[in-house]
Write a protein that binds this ligand. Structure first.
Ligand SMILES: *Cc1c(COP(=O)(O)O)cnc(C)c1O
Length: 235
């Protein structure tokens, strides 16, 4: 067996295992596994590796660095699947991401919303985004404060070229305790409140390698999984 075949087989086994755990978590929660999407976070991995995973049971790719996303795109590594931007985005880098990422998951300010809206208008498209909340109020993390959700939704509703599809968060470190699960429940409540108030949302992005099972049990519609698919990152 060649090295490439071995790598491909390992990726296939890992994706199958993640999918099985996702389906089990969904069924436990009385949910349809088909309603939960898998975003494969391929940051730090070579285009060759990403390409080997492209036709596996993953729905989209997640990137947190704009330059790396560009390389993977230029190399055709996604095999035509959509790519989501999940990293911190500076207003002056918006040009390189709008239109290339099918979903920008990490929008956390009105300034960024407006910059994305202006670039999307220039390109004649509507850019789908998620609002990222700093759900645990952590100093070290980006994301908008919970209380800013409502003004952000209001600001976004005035922008014709931006569509808010839902919410995203990276909660405090997960240890499977009730205390660490409550952040997922809190995000879900905000998501449902926003829908109740008329926001046409369909995406709740929460859960990573260590926490995607709990996140699905708490209502995630999209999980972002890196290490469980690609192994530990080289940097
Ligand atoms: C890296 C990253 C992930 C994936 O983390 P893993 O622990 O490797 O699954 C998910 N979301 C964001 C925003 C990330 O930067």
């Amino acid at each position: 067996m060649s090295m490439t075949e071995g790598e491909r087989m390992q990726l296939a086994q890992r994706v199958a295992a993640v999918r099985e755990q996702m389906a089990q978590a969904a069924r436990q929660a009385g949910r349809d596994p088909a309603d939960i999407h898998l975003c494969a976070v391929c940051k730090g991995h070579a285009s060759g590796t990403v390409a080997l995973s492209a036709d596996l049971a993953i729905d989209c790719f997640g990137e947190n660095r704009m330059q790396e996303m560009r390389v993977h795109l230029d190399d055709g590594a996604y095999g035509g699947k959509p790519c989501h931007f999940i990293g911190h985005l500076q207003t002056n880098k918006v040009r390189q991401v709008v239109g290339s990422a099918s979903l920008i998951q990490s929008v956390d300010s009105l300034r960024l919303l407006r910059a994305i809206g202006a670039e999307a208008e220039r390109r004649g498209i509507v850019q789908d985004i998620l609002l990222q909340l700093n759900i645990g109020d952590e100093q070290s993390k980006t994301g908008a404060a919970k209380d800013d959700l409502w003004p952000l939704l209001e600001g976004a509703s005035a922008l014709q070229h931006v569509q808010v599809r839902g919410l995203m968060a990276i909660p405090p470190a997960f240890d499977n305790s009730p205390d660490s699960r409550r952040w997922f429940a809190m995000l879900r409540r905000l998501y449902e409140q926003a829908i109740d108030q008329g926001a046409p949302m369909d995406t709740l992005s929460m859960g990573m390698t260590d926490s995607f099972i709990a996140a699905i049990q708490e209502g995630a519609t999209l999980v972002r999984v890196g290490r469980a698919i690609y192994g530990e990152r080289g940097r």
